[in-house]
Design a protein around this ligand. Structure first.
Ligand code: SR1
Ligand code: MG
Length: 412
């Protein structure tokens, strides 16, 4: 058996079983352990260890020195510490919406956490056109609690600054700076554009100097606005879901950044599901019904966020100027503006950039995929350019309706 106490190495399934036997107290002595590596993300290794005798299971997540998607990304395994610590914090701030972390190991750069196999990855569920009526309520509570309660509005400023320091995450932030804010907006060699969509990208994205300028401004806001301890990668592959339960996980991109970053990612990823449904569901009534459900979910997330944010501010704000007339409305307005901008950036980068989403890549008909991509890009561009006008859930939905109309007219 290898020694887990001296020096880091990347574990195999066999190692993970040995690790569970010798470095964890989760399983009983008579446990009969099996293990499978189940990670399908871009960065890490995820081992599910099962005690088949006592029917218990656990997840061991290990960070390697390079990204799984490509050796080009050299990444500090410290991201595993960041992930373990933020999960523990969010577990307290948003009880019920985050998996429990049992232990963190700074030598093997792994953390051991609750197995959520009774849930399903939300992206997969949405691609299968499933509905989750409680998601908007759940995710808006998660967002308000994790974003507002870690901000200067509520926290003691020195304690908040200590958290800013502890969650400095330069390498993972660099990935987002490059992949979200920079590369999609020029013909970067690392981009991966679907050939049929390229001409549209050239004309509507790369050749639009005003759009490119706006994304430059947004990049600097991302890098300098230490507003809230954000998840940093809150797409639907970072959510496990089942009827009545939502669990947000995988926050290794966490750092102190703009609160709207997380909300915008949720909105954009629901729109990838929307695009998938629009271009894959054959039955017109079923399609209409599902699109209506997703539109309502987006509207509800924004409106519930506004409502809960406002209430929590009134109950929990400690900062003296939080009571100044009009300040809460101003502050919330900046979050909605950033939400819109980030939704637009995410919609754009997942189409043009290196890292795609299955909602779109799984559309097998090339013409349908191209139309789905154009829709994402059209909505995304509008969210970026019109970010100052976005004040309610209906504003976010109206952009979708307008983009669909615009594409229809262009096709005629
Ligand atoms: C190199 S990592 C590519 C993407 O995967 C992660 O989930 C983040 O979204 C990142 O941008
Ligand atoms: Mg991830």
């Amino acid at each position: 058996m290898k020694d887990f106490t001296k020096e880091y190495f990347t574990m195999t399934e066999e190692d993970a079983v040995d690790y569970a036997k010798t470095r964890m107290e989760f399983f009983q002595n008579d446990a009969e352990l099996t293990c499978k590596e189940i990670g399908d993300g871009n960065l890490n290794y995820v081992f599910k260890v099962v005690d088949t005798k006592n029917n218990k299971s656990v997840i061991i997540k290990q960070a390697g020195p390079v990204a799984r998607i490509s050796d080009e990304f050299k990444l500090s395994p410290d991201r595993n510490r960041i992930e373990s610590e933020i999960l523990q914090l969010q577990y307290k701030l948003a009880p019920g919406f985050v998996p429990e972390v049992y232990q963190y190991d700074p030598i093997m750069n792994c953390c051991v956490m609750e197995d959520m196999s009774d849930h399903e990855m939300m992206r997969t569920a949405l691609i299968n056109h499933k509905k989750f009526p409680l998601f908007a309520d759940h995710i808006s509570t998660f967002l308000v609690n994790t974003l507002l309660l870690t901000s200067d509005v509520v926290m003691d400023h020195k304690e908040k600054k200590a958290l800013v320091k502890s969650f400095i995450n330069p390498e993972l932030c660099e990935i987002s700076e490059d992949l979200v804010y920079t590369e999609p907006f020029y013909d970067c060699p690392r981009n991966d554009v679907f050939p049929a969509t390229k001409e549209f990208v050239q004309e509507h994205i790369w050749n639009d100097s005003n759009l490119v300028l706006e994304t430059a401004k947004l990049k600097f806001e991302f890098m300098t606005n230490a507003q809230s301890l954000i998840h940093g990668d809150l797409h639907t592959g970072s959510v496990f879901i089942k009827e009545g339960s939502t669990k947000v996980f995988d926050p290794e991109f966490a750092f102190y950044g703009p609160a709207g970053y997380d909300i915008g990612n949720v909105v954009a990823n629901l729109l990838f599901a929307y695009s998938n449904a629009k271009f894959t569901i054959a039955d017109e009534a079923a399609k209409k019904d599902y699109l209506y459900y997703l539109e309502n979910t987006i509207r509800d997330i924004i409106d519930l966020f506004i409502e809960k944010f406002s209430r929590t501010w009134d109950e929990k704000a400690t900062e003296p100027v939080a009571k100044v007339d009009g300040f809460k409305e101003y502050y919330l307005g900046t979050i909605l503006r950033d939400t819109s901008a980030v939704a637009g950036l995410e919609l754009t980068r997942r189409i043009i950039g290196l890292a795609h989403v299955k909602d779109i890549t799984s559309i097998t008909d090339p013409e349908a995929r191209c139309r789905a991509e154009k829709m994402c890009l059209t909505i995304g561009k509008s969210y970026i350019l019109n970010r100052d006008t976005m004040k309610s859930g209906s504003d976010f939905v109206n952009v979708i309706i307008d983009a669909e109309q615009q594409l229809l007219e262009e096709a005629e």
